[in-house]
Design a binder for this molecule. Structure first.
Ligand code: 4GM
Length: 182
């Protein structure tokens, strides 16, 4: 499973290198490629934000810079996810569904967001980790990577050692999910 993360703060993802996710990267079960959006700015000051197209308060990430960053990693098999408080709420069922993807490109927004024109053009799914606003999409992206990676074969110990404990764990999760949903 490959993740390409489009972000202006790639260093925030260093924490993923510890713990179980770090082991999974070392074992090459998952690959996390960090793409610094700023590297795709053509401005001499490496500017990535601008006032919104058509007016409005605050700043948005410039569409052409985001688009170039996206084009640098896009393949036919990519699914593009935008972390946003307005997105579809992440739950275990969604996590399982995303774990079937071979390649996820995760776009992390900042400021007031990203210019809507590039969102409309490149994003397949808008996902939220909960009904609250954070300063950026990086922490939500890490939540998504962690939850999805657990489903990759070999990432969890019990997964590779004892198939039975895997199904027990899945059952426990689905029980919680059902209790909460119905
Ligand atoms: C506003 C619009 C995701 C803010 C787009 C991102 C919370 C979540 C941001 C954005 C975020 C969430 C950045 N805050 N609930 N902040 O998943 O990308």
């Amino acid at each position: 499973m490959k993740f390409d993360i489009l972000t202006i703060f790639p260093e925030m993802f260093e924490t993923l290198k510890s713990s179980i996710i770090g082991k999974a990267i070392e074992k090459e079960l998952i690959k996390i490629n960090l793409v610094n959006i700023r590297d795709f700015s053509t401005d001499k000051h490496k500017k990535v934000d601008d006032t919104p197209y058509g007016g409005g308060a605050g700043m948005v990430m410039m569409p052409d810079v985001v688009y170039r960053a996206f084009k640098s990693v896009k393949t036919k098999k990519s699914k593009v996810i935008y972390m946003s408080p307005q997105g579809e709420k992440l739950n275990q069922k969604k996590v399982e569904e995303l774990a079937n993807c071979e390649h996820l490109i995760i776009l992390c927004g900042h400021y007031e967001g990203i210019d809507q024109r590039v969102i409309d053009k490149i994003v397949d799914e808008e996902i939220s980790i909960g009904d609250y606003v954070l300063t950026g999409g990086e922490i939500p992206a890490m939540v998504l990577i962690d939850s999805v990676s657990r489903y990759v074969k070999g990432v969890l110990k019990e997964d590779s050692i004892k198939e039975e404990s895997f199904s027990n764990r899945t059952f426990r999760i689905s029980t919680i999910y059902k209790t909460r949903t119905f």
